[in-house]
Design a protein around this ligand. Sequence first.
Ligand code: AMP
Length: 284
Amino acid sequence: MTAPIVHTLAELRQMTRGWQRAGETIGVVPTMGALHDGHLSLVARAKEMSDRVIVTIFVNPKQFNNPEDLANYPRTEHEDARKLERFAVDAIYVPDGPQMYPDGFATTVSVDGLTNVLCGAHRAGHFDGVATVVTKLFTQTSADLAFFGEKDFQQLQVVRRLARDLDLGVEVVGCPTIREIDGLAMSSRNLLLSDKARSRAAALNDVMEEMAEALGQGKDIADLLPEAKGRLAAAGFGDIDYLEMRTKDTLRLIDRATEPARLFAAAYMAGVRLIDNIDVPVAD
Ligand code: AMP
């Protein structure tokens, strides 16, 4: 079944008001399109947990700190609608730029603390852009539930915080990272890699898995970093923005896995910035 593609807030509200009057819960899956199985796993979860499901597709200019990255971001709307067919979602909301940011738009939602590290430290303004658009999408869709991937773990924590701080009444559901067979986390950006770069990119997850195992055995990350970075360089990775272990809830930097933690990485393969994060078992 082809879901209705809705471009305006007025049309969307007409639908959501009817659902709310009928006492139905609304689940929203915010995306920037170029859908892959990672996104679709969120849609599947949303279908299980909500009466009505809205998938949003909006390549949000405010969260790109680099104009070239925004221009190159893959856009595959027809394919996206086709991939969503089998899920029978209730609406695909595809607002245009002026619908989200009309002339004179002057409000920014900014989450403190959690956004000063990791991607926030390397992508100026990125999380303000994310927090602002997510807040708008939550209010526009009248969401009761919202589904986000652990692939973007920092984003998930930022969204949880803003939903709580602003009393948005949205339950934020985190969903596990879906990977390619060789372990590479699925990402719309993988489409930008050549075949050669794509196959080399799997080294990121390999290296991280080995590090997480050693960290879980109580090793200090400082002792693991030289070899890990050497292996990434040998695989063809260029700049590494970060390769760090942080606590799960507050994203505080730690050297040893003495509390629930994740290992985070962002590194460039052939000019494409790839990110990943995985769970680290607590060391005895
Ligand atoms: P994006 O279109 O990249 O903004 O992603 C939209 C949503 O899909 C975000 O909540 C992401 O965390 C999630 N997502 C992206 N890639 C994956 C993946 N490989 N596994 C699970 N969720 C993902």
